[in-house]
Design a protein around this ligand. Sequence first.
Ligand code: NAP
Length: 296
Amino acid sequence: MKYDSIIIGMGVAGIAAAIYAKRAGNNVLLLEKERPGGILNIIDNIENYPGFKKISGPDLSLQMFEQINELKIPYKIEEVIDITIQDDLKIVKTKKETYQCNNILIATGRSPILLGLPKEEELIGKGISTCALCDGTLYKNKNVAVVGGGNSALQEALYLSKIVKKIYLIHRREEFRAEKELIEKIKSSENIEIIYNSQITNYIEENGILTGIEINEAKELKIDGLFIYIGYAPKTDFAKKLNITNPAGYIEVDKNYETNVPGIYAAGDIIIKKVYQIITAASEGATAAIRFSRKN
Ligand code: NAP
């Protein structure tokens, strides 16, 4: 099947691009591996997106998805595994089908980075989580730790503080990189204890369930759950052979969000940039779509 444009990823950037492309008369297809919303699905509270004084990530995601449905933009839940180029035509291969198009927008976002310690993978869902919004209630009135010092770690620690008994917020340095307002809220929170200059060096488990963590190869801390918020890695494995990514997997784009391969665009958290925010992802998706819609 041939489309004017295919947008890979139904996060904020992909959805914004689809809205602009469709309204410009493009025959557009959205492809998504899991579910619409991307990283929005694991954000508890958004207070910096204009038009919404306060909204949860899943609620914002739902509203964006409704807009896609109202505009009758076709989408498929299929994982893209390869992109090839035949003259001006782009071939997008998913696990189920092969599609052709003139332009592609890659907006696949990022997934959480883990600490890389032994037994980590096995303990995911058994004491280790990367989503406070999804798993927080499992730890009602229990003791948990959050690791990280950015906006995500602090924001999610604040969310958890309303559910759990006590939080140890573990950061490897002496200063947080999160916004000042968040740091102040964390410092005035009664059930959050900040542990600076510390790294988790081992997981302690009993019968496959996390029971504690070792800190700085010395101290042991008993906890029921650990939430990891140490940043995200771009999801661009399927695009590696196009030579559009840097060694870390982020895509390089020009001011129109086009890569060095004509007709292949990228937007949102997978591109190399300074600001990773919902509002910038929306703007980048829209800018790319305006550009490629005019070409079709
Ligand atoms: P981030 O800003 O990259 O912060 C990652 C944190 O994890 C840093 O404090 C870092 O420590 C720490 N870290 C990294 N690797 C580690 C390791 N191996 N062991 C221990 N700690 C480690 O990531 P993020 O907080 O997920 O935020 C990502 C982007 O989304 C940011 O641009 C952020 O502003 C944005 N965001 C915005 C909002 C909002 O506006 N409401 C909410 C969430 C996220 P160091 O500081 O020492 O490097």
